[in-house]
Design a binder for this molecule. Sequence first.
Ligand SMILES: Nc1ncnc2c1ncn2[C@@H]1O[C@H](COP(=O)(O)OP(=O)(O)OP(=O)(O)O)[C@@H](O)[C@H]1O
Ligand SMILES: [Mg+2]
Length: 238
Amino acid sequence: MTETTEVRALEVRGLTAGYGAMAVIHDVTLSVGHGEIVGLLGRNGAGKTTTLMAIAGFLGRCEGEVKVDDVRLRGPAYKRSRGQVGIVLEGRSVFPSLTVANNLELAGADRDEALELFPELRPKLALRAGVLSGGEQQMLALARTVCRHPAVMLIDELSFGLAPTVCERLLARLRHVAETTRVGVLLVEQGIHYAASVADRVLIMNEGLIRAEMPGAELAEREDEIERIYLGGLDDAA
Ligand SMILES: Nc1ncnc2c1ncn2[C@@H]1O[C@H](COP(=O)(O)OP(=O)(O)OP(=O)(O)O)[C@@H](O)[C@H]1O
Ligand SMILES: [Mg+2]
């Protein structure tokens, strides 16, 4: 019988990275399939943002391997070909003084495609991005990134500072985007219940190590275990 090996949108092996001489994440191995949303959870300072930055090539000190669509990425971000990895960092990744239309244009996003994925933006096209609500700004940030057709999107705290109903709508929209465009998503999320609602799979990180992995659907029932990992209890890592 021949075994078919599915090409993953993102494959990370043995990634160790940090700032200056200090490693902050250690031997991180993970993968994200096409159309899959993988949540990355952990308490403050666990190393979640550092993991995204290292995958994107923003950190100088980095060991390990990062592959996108089976092609190894090398060197710093600015030397890599644009478009393989989309990144939406904490805070609003939009130009507040430009209109929504200009924000899309500047990102090289196809406007029709962006509006199909995020119809909420249609009535806002002529407005300055800075006057949009927080949720709408995040939609615009997602639209700017996804319409460049990356194989994988790295997203940091999409829900930060947003009201629960806005978050839920945004995450449902992200789910729809992953399903329709088949982009793989690595999503850093603080809220366990948000991750449970959107992620196919979840990785729990503490002190720079991936301590556990589970289906998003199991998050709610394993909340005690997750909390112990957050607090540093390693006995639950298995
Ligand atoms: N630029 C930097 N220089 C030195 N150390 C840093 C830098 N950025 C982060 N760190 C340290 O790396 C560790 C991991 O930080 P990181 O930002 O990855 O955590 P996080 O899991 O994203 O946390 P949070 O949930 O608070 O965003 C922390 O101890 C932090 O102090
Ligand atoms: Mg962070």
